[in-house]
Write a protein that binds this ligand. Structure first.
Ligand code: KIV
Length: 335
């Protein structure tokens, strides 16, 4: 299928509109072949901002029939369907999770901790994020791929944020970006959205604020110095929605607060350590598959024990080689 530029130049709105669609119309565009198909006219339930959708156009990843796009997540909330998200950082896991039906793959800056072995996410660079986003987008057919903005790639100014996020989209192939913060980053989120970069917010326990919080601590339940209060987190969520974010990660907040935020915003909330009332759930993949030396945090469920299994395999290999049990004749080439 050939890509055609519709009158009105909607090509630049690919991710925020969820494919190549003509804005403000539920009818097909004019093309020399019948390449714009009318699908439906669904309003994006963001205050005062109805958008009408046409069927997607592009080849490759963008053309897959059940490809998850930014507006689909908003629709899933409206329809009461849970959003399933996981982090991914490399090709094999991204392929496995995508095939399993995960809706959203987040290339999280948590890679600083679970892949690079740092104690915080702070050392992760934009270049490293782009590298991992490229790998994940290469693997994914269906899931929406969101690239996390690392520390100091967006805090300096809205212009810096547009430049960094633009690179995630342009060089990495991400379909959206995520950044941490609430009221204080709302202006930046607005600027990114104006630049047609879909943004996922992240409030509550925001790991890039580890030093302000004094550790990775649950937020919204005390007025302790350094912590965000319940009211501040509510204000954060509303400010991000108002700025045009299409979804919110709620991390490390009491379940009752997550439920309250979820009921007050039109956009979906995706919880991690935020209880069952969120519109979706996300886990760091290493916690989910048990690929950590220590037990995962209380809020995470371990669905496999890969650390133990891989450790067992490695020890067996070590002893097989030392004892001459590997390689066997079946592993050798004949003349
Ligand atoms: O970096 C990350 O993986 C995240 C998730 C924990 C939401 O931000």
């Amino acid at each position: 299928m050939r890509l055609l530029r519709p009158a009105g130049g909607a090509i630049g709105f690919c991710h925020s509109l969820g494919g190549f669609r003509l804005p403000g119309s539920s009818r097909t565009g004019t093309a020399d072949r019948d390449e714009y198909l009318c699908l439906t006219s669904v309003g994006l339930p963001v205050r005062g901002n109805p958008i009408f959708f046409l069927a997607p156009l592009a080849a490759s990843r963008c053309a897959m029939k059940d490809k998850v796009r930014v507006p689909d997540l908003v629709r899933m909330k409206a329809e009461g369907r849970k959003i399933v998200a996981l982090t991914a950082y490399d090709y094999p896991f991204a392929r496995i999770f995508d095939d399993a039906g995960v809706d959203l793959l987040l290339v999280g800056d948590s890679l600083g901790m679970v892949v690079q072995g740092h104690p915080t996410t702070l050392p992760v660079t934009l270049e490293q994020m782009i590298y991992h986003v490229q790998i994940v987008t290469r693997a994914v057919r269906r899931a929406l791929v969101v690239g996390d903005m690392p520390f100091l790639s967006y805090q300096v100014s809205p212009e810096q944020a547009v430049h960094s996020a633009g690179r995630m989209i342009k060089e990495g192939g991400a379909e959206a970006v995520k950044l941490e913060g609430g009221v204080t980053v709302a202006q930046t989120v607005r600027r990114l959205v104006e630049a047609e970069i879909p943004v996922m917010g992240h409030v509550g326990l925001t790991p890039q604020a580890v030093h302000r919080m004094g550790g990775f601590k649950v937020q919204g339940r005390s007025e302790r110095f350094g912590a965000r209060s319940r009211q501040q987190l509510l204000d954060d969520a509303l400010a991000l929605e108002d700025a045009g974010a299409f979804a919110l990660v709620l991390e490390g907040v009491p379940a009752s607060l997550a439920a309250e935020i979820t009921s007050k915003v039109y956009i979906p909330t995706i919880g991690i350590g935020a209880g069952a009332q969120c519109d979706g759930q996300v886990l760091v993949m290493h916690d989910m598959v048990g690929l950590c030396e220590e037990s995962p945090p209380r809020f995470a469920k371990r669905y496999a024990r890969l650390w133990d299994e891989i450790s067992r395999a490695a020890k067996e290999y070590v002893s097989d080689v030392r004892l001459g049990r590997f390689p066997g004749p079946e592993h050798a080439y004949s003349d």
